[in-house]
Design a binder for this molecule. Sequence first.
Ligand code: C2O
Ligand code: CU
Length: 437
Amino acid sequence: TSGASTTQGGGPGPASVPTISIADLRGLQDPAPGGVVRTQLVTARKAMVKLESGREIDALTFDGTLPGPPITATQGDVIEVRLRNQDIDDGVTLHWHGYDVPCSQDGAEGLTQDTVRPGGEFVYRFRADQVGTYWYHTHHSSHVNVRRGLYGTLIVKPREEDDRGALDLPLAVHTFDDGATVISGGGEHVAAPGTKVRLRLINTDSDPHRFALSGTPFTLVAVDGRDLNGPGEISEQILRLVAGGRYDVVFTMPAEPVVLSLDEGKATVWVSPRGGRRDDTAAGPDTRAWPELDLLAYGTPAPVALRHETANRNFTLVLGRGLAMVDGSPSYAQTVNGLGHPSIPDQLVAEGDTVRFTVVNRSLETHPWHLHGHPVLVLSRDGVPASGSPLWVDTFDVRPGEVWEVAFKAGNPGIWMNHCHNLPHVDQGMMLRLRYD
Ligand code: C2O
Ligand code: CU
């Protein structure tokens, strides 16, 4: 598709608004021309939920379902969600993972708001300017409570939709306490040959997942909600999706079924032209020998506005594990530069800075690094520059021994979490704050 866009009524686009009003700072913007305010009440409560497999989960939920209610909007709408906590004793918040909301709406407990106690409410409001696939989750004791069910999908579609008749499936992968992994929205779907199919893969877990799509070539059109430039056709390659990450996969429906397989067959999703499975491939093909797609070399390079070569701030985060001073006493922790939260100094920047940061993993575990409120541009991994499409992500998977360099623009003032998205690691200290005003 072309990158052409129109500005309605010739009014200023969001990028050219010259000043920040108090309303902007509070996230109380109005919809863009043609947009609406989408108001939704979401109630956090305990529930026994029966999954499609028949398994019953003793869950913490939004609105009694797993995942919570889908939150959807058209670009330019205002999303207004009233979060009510019915009976989650621990408290709850809503964090819009990957969505660059004003800081006050970020849902980061302890930084931007207090947790919402049973009987309490909090209203989130922000404008849905970014198109794409996102998700939301609680950000209080998230290492336990996200896993137990406090998560859902957030999808923003373009105002001019050219996809009439296409099949569009949000597929959120989640692992519950009993260790079983499910793809909600999975199962079996029907699409007429020749129609366009979009799969929105969402990893709501703390570990990466591997996807294999067989039966058709496809393109990976977006990563973490952001379109890639010149994505080429892929077949017989594994898509490895970082904790918290999203992939939008698109293909044209062939005459035979297409199978999406998770982690070498833990779960499958079937899209078929008639419904039902083709008997001779009931288990899907053997994908174990397929190579993994190298995201950093996928797609076509294009200029970016971020002047990262001349970044005026540089940070290095060395990730490790061991004894560290945490809150004045020695503890066993997941560490950043030898320290554990809350003893890790804040990263201080100024608005307008171009910030480059390097993450070095000196531990034996993978750390999916996640910055709130800002997409980061991937520059290099292990000294090898990214050579494909500009790759903007909100979480990147730093495996043992790896070194990643990323950069971002400090254009969204506030106090932001910068942490490992293997959520138990946050609890063990692997979190710091980025701060500016
Ligand atoms: Cu989805 Cu602070 O995280
Ligand atoms: Cu980690």
